[in-house]
Write a protein that binds this ligand. Sequence first.
Ligand code: ADP
Ligand code: MG
Length: 358
Amino acid sequence: IMEIRLENVNKTFKNGKRVVEALKNINIKINDGEFFGVLGPSGAGKTTLMRVIAGLETPTTGSVYFDNNVVARDNKNIVDVEDRNIGMVFQTWGLYPHLSVYDNIAFPLRVKRWSEDEIKKRIYEITDILNIRNTINLKPGQISGGQQQRVALCRALVKNPTILILDEPFSNLDAVIKDSARELAREIHNRDTITTLIVSHDPADIFSLADRAAVINHGVMEQLAEPLEIYDNPKSLDISKLIGDINTFEVEIENDNDTPFFDLNGTKIEAPGYPAGRAIIGIRPEDIKILDNDDKGYKNIGEATVRVSSYASGQFKITLSFVNSDIQFSINSEIPYKTGKNVPIGIRENKIKFFDIN
Ligand code: ADP
Ligand code: MG
C-alpha cells in the first residue's frame, strides 16, 4: 500500500533542436490502494507520466513522493527503479519470445537473486491466481493473446509490488477478452488493494475500473475527478469527446433581460449563468431523443429529418438534421426510423454542457 504524490512535475525532451514539453506542472495525489485512471489522446504525456512514477525517467523539475519519501526530484532519481517495487504492464507486454512462460515470470525474481525453490513456489502461486498454470512450459508464441497478457500481469505481480502500473494493457486484446481482462484487473486490485494506475485512451477502461481519473492533454492535467463526474461535467470540449460521444452545436447566447438564453432550431433554451456571446453546447446521445409517448424530462425542440440509420450492439444509431438547417446530430434508438422522415426531437435541458469557443 502506497500513496503517490507528484509536485510541480515537468518533463521536457530535446529532439535535436525541437523541445517537447511532455509534462507541464503536474500535481496529483494518488491515494493508498486507489485504482487511478489516466485518460488522454495519443501523445498527451500519459506514458511519460508513468515512466516518471516508475523511475524510468526523471522529472526535469519537480518532485515525486511515495508516502512521505521523496523518490525523485529535479532531474535526479533518489530511489532507483529497482528499489521502487513497481509492477508494470505495457501495451506490447514485452515478453521474451525465446523464454518459456515460466522463465518470463521468473525473470524479475532471478534479478533479485531469489532461490529456484522460492521462485518455483511463487510462480505456481501467481499462475494459479491468474489461471495460466497449464501454460508455464510453453513459449509466448504458443499461447493466445489473452494468455500472453496474463503472463505479463504475472510477471508484473510476481514480486508483490506495492504499485501496479498498467499502460494501455488491453489495447491489443479483442473486445470479448477485453471484458474479462478488465474483470481480472479489478480482481487483482481488490485482492491486495494494491495502488493501481491504469492508462488508457479508451473511456470504457476508465469507467469500469478507476475510482478517480486524471485527464491529460498536451502534457497538462485538465481535470481530475471521478469518471462519472468527468462524463457529466467535462471541463472542455476535448475532454467531453474523449470520454464519450457528444453532439455539438454552435450557438449565440443572448442576455437582454434576466436569464441568458440561446436559440436551438427555433426553440428558446435557457443558459443560466452563462455570459453572452458565441458558445458551443454539447448534448450526449442519451440526452436527445425522437419524441414518442415517454417524454418525461425532455423539452420539445421541433422537427428534424432522419438522414442515416446504422445498427451496432443492439441499438440503432440515427443521424438527423434539423428541418431548417443542415446541422447534423446523432441519437441512439431501440427502433429503426426511415430515412427522409420528419420527427419531433426532445432534449434534456439540464444535461446540456456549455463550452467556450477559443
Ligand atoms: P502518450 O503515452 O500519452 O501517447 P507519451 O508520454 O508517449 O504520450 O509522449 C508525450 C510526448 O513526449 C510526445 O510528444 C512524445 O513524442 C514525446 N516523447 C516521449 N518520450 C520521448 C523521448 N524519449 N524522447 C523524445 N520525446 C519523447
Ligand atoms: Mg503511451
